[in-house]
Design a binder for this molecule. Structure first.
Ligand code: GDP
Ligand code: MG
Length: 168
C-alpha cells in the first residue's frame, strides 16, 4: 500500500503532539513532553485505499539544520498555529517560505491548522484570517481542537493532507 511521510510543524506549545495523539488514539492528553520528537506509523482507509502514514511530530524548537532535515524527509506538512497565540500565526508564513525554499522546485502539499478552537473566549486570530492565509498558500484550512475535536476535523485534516500528497 502507498506510504506517505507527514511532518507536523509549528511553534512549541501550539498543540502538535496533542493533535497527533488525538488523531492516532482519539484521546486527548493534557501534558506531553514538549522536547520530545516522535514518529508514528498509522494506517487508514482513505477513499477506499489503505494508506500507511509515517507521522513526524516535531518538537518545534529545532535548529535550522534539523528543521531542514525534517522538511526534506516529509512528503506533506501540517502547519499548526494556536488561535489564542498571534505569534504562532505570524510564524506560519516564514515557515512556509522556508519549506518552499527547501523543497524547490517541488510544489509542497500542506494543510493549515488553527488549533485550540475550544478556547474561543481568548482567541487572538480570527477564523477569516486563517482562511485568508490558507488561500494565499493555496492549501486547505481547518480550525480544530485537539481536546474537543468537534466534527472530527483533526482526522479530516490529516486525511486531506494524504489525499493532497497522493494527487501530486
Ligand atoms: P506542542 O509543543 O506543539 O507539541 O504542544 P502540546 O501538544 O504539547 O500542547 C501544548 C499545551 O497546549 C498543552 O498544555 C496541551 O494540553 C494544550 N493543548 C493542546 N491542544 C489543545 C487544544 O486543542 N485545546 C486546549 N484548550 N489546549 C490544548
Ligand atoms: Mg510536542
Amino acid at each position: 500500500s502507498p506510504e506517505v511521510k507527514l511532518a507536523v510543524f509549528g511553534r512549541a506549545g501550539v498543540g502538535k503532539s496533542a493533535l497527533v495523539v488525538r488523531f492516532l488514539t482519539r484521546r486527548f492528553i493534557w501534558e506531553y513532553d514538549p522536547t520530545l520528537e516522535s514518529t508514528y506509523r498509522h494506517q487508514a482507509n482513505i477513499d477506499d485505499e489503505v494508506v500507511t502514514m509515517e507521522i513526524l511530530d516535531t518538537a518545534g524548537q529545532e535548529d535550522i539544520q534539523q528543521k531542514e532535515g525534517h522538511m526534506r524527509w516529509g512528503d506533506g506538512f501540517v502547519i499548526v498555529y494556536d488561535i489564542t497565540d498571534r505569534g504562532s500565526f505570524e510564524e506560519v508564513a516564514p515557515l512556509r517560505s522556508f519549506l518552499e525554499e527547501v523543497k524547490k522546485p517541488k510544489n509542497v502539499p500542506l494543510v493549515l491548522v488553527g488549533n485550540k478552537s475550544d478556547l474561543d473566549h481568548v482567541r487572538q486570530v480570527g477564523t477569516e484570517e486563517g482562511e485568508r492565509l490558507a488561500a494565499e498558500m493555496a492549501c486547505a484550512f481547518y480550525e480544530c481542537s485537539a481536546c474537543a475535536n468537534e466534527g472530527g476535523s483533526v482526522a479530516e485534516a490529516f486525511h486531506e493532507l494524504c489525499r493532497e500528497v497522493r494527487r501530486r
